[in-house]
Write a protein of this length. Structure first.
Lengths: 223, 275, 571
């Protein structure tokens, strides 16, 4: 397999000018055809091993990009969907009936997720005040998930959620994300919105999906 | 991104002033920075990637060293450029400094050594030629008298060097926004040139940046050169045909620069086009 | 481009560049061997031709003319600096991958021939080494080889030259590795060995396989070995004396306000005057070495001691005042004179003891002086063994070489060849810290992922930028001119960070640090590191023409430094 000088610089994680200098100084095995430098991958691998240098042909770069893609609240909420009139008299019941509504999880996944969510609630309530709770698993779900989702569930009856300010909770944002990083990112976004008193008032009126998403989008772009 | 740098060897004479003015104009137009070396020794070395060139200056470069620095600053500032100076850090021998070579352009008068005796046209000094042949930066051969340019002309002959010249022309056009004209003194047909341009994948840029393409299929070289605007910067690739052809047919570069007084930006064979 | 001029593209050599190096190494060795033979013959011719006038009283003018001509040749014709060239070769190997000028291939041959042939006290070896190295370098350039290959070929040239001029292949190899390259690897030793063999073969084919200083067999016993320690001490003293003599002469001549060639002429005529009464000091002096080793040098102790001093002075005069040549041959002469004087003194003090022939001590003296002068004990040992064909003296030889080199190293930490290079920081031996630092450039270490902020930005806006970036340092620029005005570190905003009242009241320009030490992109890394250490900084901004171009930090430096070290060492 043949590599170009840019690829080699990337594989060795050094700047291009270093590779150019190594070629000039004859420190790296290279073939020349015309004015172009051509590297043979197997030869380079042997060379790197001999010098104890890490040589990785990185797809990492590509993957990293997808992770770095900014996740926004609007997409996650739109993807998760909004559900109304969730019933239940205790935290566990509410969560169970909320999970029932989720279309993209199968039965097994729903159960494990339910256990995980409850585990988290037992440690400390996710009720962050003003009648809002953000249930989420402590450790992000495994890699099967690609995009983070937020499932919005309006409760039929406000429920004592042992929230920090003691107010009964009327809406759950179930937050599922593939990595801690996106989780924290979404959390901070969500917290930002909730801090806005008018948004909480707006939520209390139980808006329909379209209006809710529109409001979120506006809030996000304003920040 | 690093700012590109132009190297100028300062000569503290009226003639040197013209060259420095030219250098200042060039750097200003290209938004480059001007680096000046004031020689303290009669010779210096330039270590390039695969060769070392010794430049023997003539004595006019060493006259009145006390005023050289002030003069250089004064001239450059007047032209609106803040110069920086290099002091040689390394010496091959005690009176033989090494001048760094990691520049993007270098400006030379037509000849560095024996300047006073060969003021006429028709002569590019052997040292300037060897710098052109070994340097990985293009060399700007300044006209004798400061001459601002408002046009860009690329002599496009179809060799690999010519493509480098063309790409450099694009780059300079992009920075300066001056109109760019292509001159070709045809060796093959117009279609062959177009095909080669398509092969190199510079078609689009050509359409975007080139104002006019003057294509000469017949007539002699001097007539053709008359069409070059007097206020143009001429970019051309060095013709390295080998010694024997030079002796038999004469050096085309020499011929071109005997006929026109423009500033010439010469691209040597080791110049690799900017990405 | 015709493909044949690139042997690197021949199918055979595409397999392995070691074959290519061996092939070109043989060519280089042959060429430099040939250069050595040419110089040797023209020296002999010139000496013979001039000997007809030697008896006249005005003969002292001959070295003056020779030195002046050689200086004129170097200054005006080829426009090269004076000096014997070996430091220049080492310098070029250290810093520029062995690039040498084409004119160096012949310039020193001509100039040293003029100096020595006319009677100047200098040696032809260093000029031949310079020529050989330049030949190697230019052949490498012609074939467009890379730095490592070029350095090896420079070594091949030097090895071929020494091998050829002394008919001593091992000395050629050892000298190259010990003095010129300072590196011994599996990759470079074989081409160098082949070049040494080629050089020796050329010299044998053209002037016969003769041992330069053949002598009788010496019978060495325990007493002689102990006595040889004394030789080491005296040769070390002579080496120091010669080093200082050369240097002080250089300084004195530098103060004379006259053109180079007149200075050379003054030095030459002084040598000539000394030579009128002591002809032993003139020329490269191989003839007198020969008589001394054979034990036929008839003069007494006082004369030998004076001759020894006179030779040191004459050599200093010749080289220090602008003549051209090396110190190898004078070292041999001085060394043998020291050895001889020591032997005479011993026999005078203990006339009853049964000392070995005085030729043996002359030989030990040569080894001692070479080792001391070059601080290269191996070169001294192998050279003397080979040029005298005397393996019998190997034991005292090793003693003398080792002790003399150690003593000289103790007094003068760097050898004659390297002194100037070390002083200017130009000696970059492979695999050393200085080498790695000089190879890395700021361009390669530059971190450009910094976010520039404006001087007039409010703290509120800045905090937003901090939120979205991963660096701790923020360069601050002037809004209008884009000039770099200072640095802002996260620590600087800590006091204001938790007081939201201040977010709009404080501007970046007020809290930044305007007096930061900056770095130029062409500064030496060692200097930058020293700056960082003295000011306890971990990173510094790189600024060109008042514009920020990036950061340079110790963390990146360590990463790149380690990589560079791994690439440069371990073959």
């Amino acid at each position: 397999m043949k590599l170009t000088i840019d690829e080699v610089a990337q594989c060795l994680d050094v700047p291009l000018s270093t590779v150019e200098r190594w070629i000039r100084q004859g420190r790296i095995p290279v073939g020349k055809s015309g004015g172009e430098c051509i590297f043979q991958k197997p030869i380079l691998e042997v060379w790197a091993k001999k010098h104890n240098i890490s040589f990785t042909l990185s797809d990492k770069k590509v993957k990293k990009h997808s992770q770095d893609k900014p996740v926004n609240l609007f997409n996650a909420m739109a993807f998760g969907g909004v559900y109304y009139g969730i019933e239940g008299d205790s935290v566990s019941e509410v969560l169970e009936s909320a999970l029932k509504n989720i279309a993209f999880l199968d039965q097994d996944e729903k159960e494990t997720l339910w256990v995980k969510l409850l585990e988290r609630e037992e440690m400390a309530s996710t009720g962050i005040g003003r009648g809002i709770a953000i249930p989420h698993p402590r450790i992000p779900l495994d890699e099967s998930m690609e995009e983070p989702v937020i499932i919005t569930c309006f409760l039929k009856n406000p429920l004592d959620y042992r929230a920090v300010d003691g107010f009964p909770v009327f809406v759950l944002f179930i937050l599922l994300s593939p990595s801690i990083k996106t989780h924290l990112h979404l959390l901070s976004r969500l917290a930002f919105c909730v801090r806005d008193a008018s948004f909480v008032e707006f939520l209390k009126r139980v808006p329909d999906q379209e209006k809710l998403l529109e409001k979120v989008e506006n809030l996000e772009y304003a920040s | 991104m690093m700012i590109s740098r132009l190297l100028h060897i300062f000569q503290n004479t009226p003639l040197g002033r013209e060259t420095l003015l030219q250098a200042a104009y060039f750097t200003k137009k290209l938004r480059a920075s001007l680096t000046i070396y004031i020689p303290r020794h009669i010779k210096f070395l330039m270590y390039f990637d695969n060769d070392v060139v010794q430049v023997d200056l003539d004595h006019s470069y060493l006259v009145s060293p006390d005023t050289a620095h002030d003069h250089a600053v004064e001239i450059a500032r007047e032209a609106g450029v803040e110069p920086s100076f290099i002091e040689p850090k390394h010496f091959t021998a005690s009176a033989l400094p090494d001048i760094p070579t990691d520049f993007d352009y270098m400006i030379c008068p037509r000849s560095i050594s024996n300047l006073s005796s060969k003021l006429g046209l028709g002569y590019i000094g052997p040292k300037v030629q060897s710098i052109i042949n070994t340097a990985n930066f293009p060399v700007l051969i300044a006209s004798h008298v400061y001459k601002p340019w408002k046009n860009i002309v690329v002599f496009f002959g179809g060799s690999a060097n010519a493509f480098n010249a063309l790409k450099l022309g694009f780059l300079i056009q992009n920075i300066t926004n001056f109109p760019l004209t292509l001159f070709t003194y045809a060796e093959t047909s117009f279609e062959a040139y177009q095909k080669e341009i398509a092969d190199q994948g510079v078609e689009d840029e050509l359409g975007l940046r080139v104002e006019d393409w003057q294509f000469f299929e017949s007539g002699n070289l001097t007539d053709y050169l008359y069409n070059v605007p007097h206020d143009a910067l001429v970019i051309l690739g060095a013709f390295n045909h080998g010694l024997i052809r030079d002796i038999m047919f004469g050096n085309k570069l020499e011929k071109i620069q005997t006929s026109i007084t423009n500033n010439l930006l010469i691209v040597g064979s080791r110049y690799s086009a900017v990405g | 481009m015709k493909p044949w001029i690139y042997p690197a593209q021949w199918a055979l050599f595409k397999m392995d560049d070691r074959l290519l190096m061996m092939f070109i190494g043989a060519i280089v060795g042959t060429c430099s061997g040939f250069a050595a033979v040419v110089l040797n013959h023209s020296l002999l011719f010139l000496l013979e031709w001039l000997s007809q006038w030697r008896q006249h009283w005005w003969a002292f003018i001959l070295p003056a003319i020779g030195a002046a001509l050689s200086s004129l040749f170097l200054e005006k014709v080829v426009k090269e600096g004076a000096g014997h060239g070996v430091p220049e070769v080492i310098y070029s190997v250290s810093r520029y991958g062995g690039l040498l000028r084409l004119r160096s291939t012949f310039s020193r041959l001509v100039s040293s021939c003029l100096t020595i042939g006319s009677g100047g006290s200098a040696g032809p070896e260093a000029p031949v080494v310079m020529s050989g190295s330049a030949i190697g370098s230019n052949i490498a350039r012609f074939f467009s080889l890379n730095d490592r290959q070029r350095v090896t070929l420079v070594g091949c040239g030097a090895a071929g030259a020494i091998s050829s001029i002394f008919n001593a292949p091992i000395a050629g190899i050892v000298f190259t590795v010990e003095v010129i390259l300072g590196e011994w690897t599996a990759l470079n030793i074989i081409p160098i060995a082949i070049a040494a063999v080629a050089g020796t073969e050329i010299s044998r084919a053209l002037q016969g396989n003769q041992i330069v200083f053949s002598h009788k067999v010496f019978a060495i016993d325990m007493g002689d070995i102990i006595a040889s320690i004394g030789v080491a001490v005296f040769t070390a003293a002579a080496a120091i004396l010669l080093t200082h003599g050369l240097r002080s002469m250089h300084k004195i001549s530098g103060k004379v306000r006259a053109p180079m060639w007149i200075r050379a002429a003054i030095g030459g005529s002084m040598v000539g005057i000394i030579g009128l009464s002591l002809p032993v000091v003139l020329g490269e002096g191989y003839h007198s070495v020969h008589t001394m080793i054979e034990g036929n040098f008839s003069s007494g102790l006082a004369f030998v001691a004076i001759a020894c001093l006179a030779k040191i002075i004459a050599t200093s005069l010749t080289l220090g005042w602008g003549g051209s040549g090396g110190i190898f041959a004078p070292c041999l002469v001085i060394g043998s004179l020291v050895g001889l004087a020591y032997h005479r003194a011993l026999s005078m003090l203990w006339p009853s003891a049964d000392w070995v022939n005085e030729g043996c001590f002359a030989l030990l003296g040569m080894a001692g002086l070479i080792s001391g002068m070059l601080q290269a004990p191996l070169t001294g040992i192998f050279l003397i063994v080979e040029i005298t064909g005397g393996y019998a003296v190997i034991l005292p030889l090793i003693m003398v070489s080792a002790i003399s080199a150690t003593l000289c190293h103790y007094i003068e930490p760097s050898s004659f060849y390297l002194k100037e290079l070390v002083d200017r920081g130009h000696l970059l031996r492979p695999g050393t810290d200085a080498r790695v630092l000089s190879d890395l450039s700021i361009k390669e270490l530059l971190e450009t992922d910094c976010v520039c902020v404006s001087q007039n930005m409010s703290l509120r806006d800045f905090v937003k930028i901090v939120e979205n970036s991963r660096r701790n340092y923020y360069p601050v620029e002037n809004d209008e001119t884009g000039e770099f005005v200072g640095m802002l570190h996260l620590d600087d905003i800590r006091p204001y960070l938790f007081n939201r009242m201040l977010y709009d009241a404080v501007l970046v320009g007020q809290i930044m640090n305007p007096h930061v030490a900056t770095v130029l992109p062409d500064e030496d890394l060692s200097k930058i590191l020293r700056k960082m250490d003295s000011q306890r900084l971990f990173s510094m901004p790189v600024v060109v023409n008042n514009r920020f171009v990036g950061m340079i930090s110790k963390a990146t430096l360590l990463d790149k430094y380690r990589k560079e070290l791994m690439v440069q060492t371990s073959f």
